[in-house]
Write a protein that binds this ligand. Sequence first.
Ligand SMILES: Nc1ncnc2c1ncn2[C@@H]1O[C@H](COP(=O)(O)OP(=O)(O)OP(=O)(O)O)[C@@H](O)[C@H]1O
Ligand SMILES: [Mg+2]
Length: 244
Amino acid sequence: MSAIVSIKDLHKSFGAVKVLNGVSLDVQKGQMVAIIGRSGSGKSTLLRCLNGLERVDSGDIKVCGHDIHQPDSLNLRELRKQVGIVFQSYNLFPHLTVERNITLALTTIKKLSSAEAKKIAHNVLTLVGLEPKKDAYPEQLSGGQQQRVAIARSLAMAPELMLFDEVTSALDPELTSEVLKVMEDLSTQGMTMVLVTHEMAFARKLADILVFMHQGKVWEVGPPDELFNNPQTAELAKFVSSDL
Ligand SMILES: Nc1ncnc2c1ncn2[C@@H]1O[C@H](COP(=O)(O)OP(=O)(O)OP(=O)(O)O)[C@@H](O)[C@H]1O
Ligand SMILES: [Mg+2]
């Protein structure tokens, strides 16, 4: 196995607030790593550090061969081609069709021809089950469908790593399960992914590694069943029981 993500003793503060307080974590190729934890524990910040959306204060982070902690030599453009990120709010361009939302970065950033970009759009939309909606505008889609388009848009860049930050939190249960299904399929196909989620059943069933964050630290980490069945700390025990 080879590590796609390797984090060692990462620290990050916003002003006087210490948000990440010595995080270390490895993600191997093909793994699904799920991050859980209370609000404010630093989950989103950690994820954002992985694709250079936040500057880190200290520590080593390697992602897909890039040294994230060395901003001077960091090629952010290259990094972001290799690392896709999807958020709770899908941020599609409202004035562009589904297909154009996907082809835009391909023609502008990757400099592909329109025909090549459309072919990729066709493939990724098929993957998320929305090929028939390619000519629709975002407002004509349900929240779950829009989120699947956002995932497809990210996949179109052929990332090596996908980051998902509570991508189902704004969706009702039925739409949530559509989106989780897409994520499950991706994982089955070997995509490496790190996700922040409140979907405990999903994380427990599908994650290779579960990370419980607390107060800016990786409080507990291991196979999901172990963490759920046998929490080693009072904090995780409480978190797990409050979810039942
Ligand atoms: N840009 C910022 N400027 C100042 N403080 C920030 C910023 N981003 C995050 N924080 C603070 O850092 C802490 C951790 O935030 P983060 O968003 O990483 O938490 P989280 O675990 O993702 O929480 P949630 O479950 O609510 O999404 C919080 O106290 C938050 O207020
Ligand atoms: Mg968050």
